[in-house]
Design a protein around this ligand. Sequence first.
Ligand code: NDP
Length: 450
Amino acid sequence: MALKNQYLIDLLETVKKRNQGEPEFIQAVTEVLETLEPVAEKRQDLIDAGVFERIVEPERQIMFRVPWVDDNGKVRVNRGFRVQFNSAIGPYKGGIRLHPSVYLGIIKFLGFEQVFKNSLTTLPMGGGKGGSDFDPKGKSDGEVMRFCQSFMTELSKHIGADTDVPAGDIGTGAREIGFMFGQYKRLRNEFTGVLTGKGLTYGGSLTRTEATGYGLCYFTNEMLQANGKSFEGQTVVISGSGNVAIYATEKAVQYGAKVVALSDSNGYIHDPDGIELDIVKQIKEVERGRIKEYCDRTSHKNVTYTEGCKGIWTIKCDIALPCATQNEIDGESAEILVKNGTYCVSEGANMPSTPEAIETYLSNGILYGPAKAANAGGVATSGLEMSQNSERLSWTFEEVDAKLHNIMKDIFKACDEAAKEYGMEGNYMAGANIAGFLKVAEAMKAQGCV
Ligand code: NDP
């Protein structure tokens, strides 16, 4: 979908020039600007207020050295990042990614997406993201703790319960959040809800662990029902086997679907009889092992393991839920999904589909749930954790789950209605971008040139 609006064409050129060597960020901005074309045509006031120019530029970018000592006494150095993208509607909010592939461009793309996603949740949260090229895989608990303490020593100068509230993401789970929270509390001598995804004994929210995966299925269920379909009896392929993938599997099965595949960065398992999730939880959540170990533990006879990630999209399924990482479905994989009769792709991971893949979904009438909307349940529940921390109360699992479910229903409705209003019925990607943008844009306009 090429841009036709000259103002947006010029703006995208500036973004490309200013952010050279950051293809993921440029990809994310391009997608959003393309779908905002009808808004730019209709809202000269937002152009006059410089909203489009300002929204593609982070308010602040912080990069810092993270020195730590490994188990052999050797000094190791990683690089830390926090991009505070937009605070028009609330404190910056977004996760911390710990993965060797992390560099400024990845954090900027994630922070940019987060602005629109947080807006869609209806909660008062701005957008930000952070991370490091540190790889927690293969490190001892002591090494992870020393890294997290060093990372937080610098980060603590820039965040706070009313300023910027980080959370988990790839590589940052309950263990890492615990170490970071402990260090923040020690440095600042204050017990506040400065991080979300905390343990239940120290301010965490019930349902936060399940929230992104459950929320993905709640959103997808709304989208299916609006189009006369449901999860019941459907075959589902899910990539990844981390936090999002595990709880998406759990909810999809509760809805009556059969999940037949999961993966990690080494390869994928295909179990036509339906994945036994308890085994996956034990391998991934308790032992931090590899997905191929599933084959030795299941009683299902037809299970297979294949090295490499991409092949997972060749497995025949009705519904595909990519829940691993960015750009994991390319144009070729999307064509295969279409050929195999997949009619719904809904995104648990951030930006898992390349622009070519999205083009293929849209031109073949696939029901497409974009990440910004479909995976917003995690940050929505983080918002609910912030509310509980502020009132120093804990809500029950059922209470939080019910609120999450309602938020996901509202997000679907907002995407659906915005798409209809701007003449793109059924294009939930456009709907998500427009609805998410408009709330932030109105706030930015009202607050003047800041
Ligand atoms: P986890 O670290 O728990 O799990 C990530 C999973 O994806 C693992 O199975 C991992 O395999 C796999 N993976 C990671 N990187 C790659 C890669 N480069 N190639 C192939 N597989 C890969 O992370 P989450 O489940 O929390 O996050 C998954 C996605 O969901 C990310 O895009 C994240 O930004 C997004 N997301 C997460 C939210 C949350 O609340 N956690 C909220 C919203 C979005 P391996 O173990 O081998 O590395």
